[in-house]
Design a protein around this ligand. Structure first.
Ligand SMILES: C[S@@+](CC[C@H](N)C(=O)[O-])C[C@H]1O[C@@H](n2cnc3c(N)ncnc32)[C@H](O)[C@@H]1O
Length: 253
């Protein structure tokens, strides 16, 4: 994972995604009346987890980055929110003492597991941690614009944010698409400025794998889920197509 989601990147993460509210609205609405224990995999800074917790749902978070979890912990302390637990573990290999009624992984984070082995291991861990009535909720997006473009060798700006104190950060991306493995390999440059002066610059690689809708349905079936619903085809994210899958551990019939 390199430096992705650590240090300054973790500190600025919420600033960069400030305008992305569609997924917060979607998941907050989904869990608004939910009466059960929820776990969010790859919860990061709690951008989605916190609004769900604030509506009274018992929710735990899991993430591989302690720096992202530290940002979440600060929010929990500030809002004095109760009942939130966070676990610094890998979504492809986790072990927790609780059985959950719902486990969700949003913002395409499942796609950070680019190997089939890790993806299957993760789904196995999810099944082990679900109650019999429990389900997995996972969103998957197809980065269609990037697939069509195939590659961009020049860095282009994807985020440019100025804080009220005048500090500024810019995120630049270049990428290439690997069709046979269905992977977008990105290289990201993060520039941090204090009053026009460059104070830090971090470059890091990050890959995501995409799945087609029927392909992901088969993967969920083969992993051992029973009924699987595709809840929405409406775009949750700026780029491409997204799908939300709801996969039940056991058949209710
Ligand atoms: C795109 S962010 C999403 C965070 C949060 N879900 C949101 O929507 O704001 C991806 C998160 O996945 C975490 N992550 C990456 N690989 C992971 C892994 N193998 N296991 C657990 N978390 C992982 C990162 O640390 C990061 O917090």
């Amino acid at each position: 994972m390199g430096q992705h989601y650590t240090k300054l990147i973790a500190e600025w993460y919420d600033d960069w995604l400030k305008e992305l509210t569609r997924d917060i609205d979607y998941y907050s609405e989904f869990f608004s009346d939910f009466d059960g224990q929820v776990l969010e995999l790859a919860c990061g800074t709690g951008r989605l987890l916190m609004p769900i917790a604030e509506s009274g749902v018992t929710i735990h978070g899991l993430d591989s980055s302690q720096d992202m979890l530290d940002v979440l912990k600060r929010k929990v302390t500030k809002l004095n929110s109760k009942g939130i637990e966070y676990h610094n573990q890998l979504m492809e290999n986790f072990s927790l003492p609780t059985k959950y009624d719902a486990i969700f992984v949003a913002s395409g984070s499942f796609q950070l597991l680019t190997s089939s082995e890790n993806a299957l291991n993760s789904l196995g861990c999810v099944l082990d941690h679900l109650s019999d009535d429990g389900f997995l909720l996972a969103d998957i997006f197809v980065p269609w614009d990037s697939i069509v473009a195939q590659k961009r060798n020049d860095y282009h700006v994807t985020r440019d944010v100025v804080r009220p104190d005048g500090k500024r950060s810019i995120v630049l991306e270049r990428f290439e698409i690997d069709i046979p493995t269905q992977v977008k390999r990105g290289t990201y440059r993060y520039e941090f400025y204090d009053q026009e002066r460059l104070t830090d610059c971090i470059t890091d690689d990050l890959s995501i794998r995409w799945y087609w809708k029927d392909e992901f349905l088969s993967i969920l079936k083969n992993a051992g889920f029973s009924r699987i619903d595709v809840l929405t085809k409406s775009p949750l994210y700026a780029e491409g197509y997204s799908f939300v899958f709801k996969a039940f551990k056991c058949d209710s019939d």
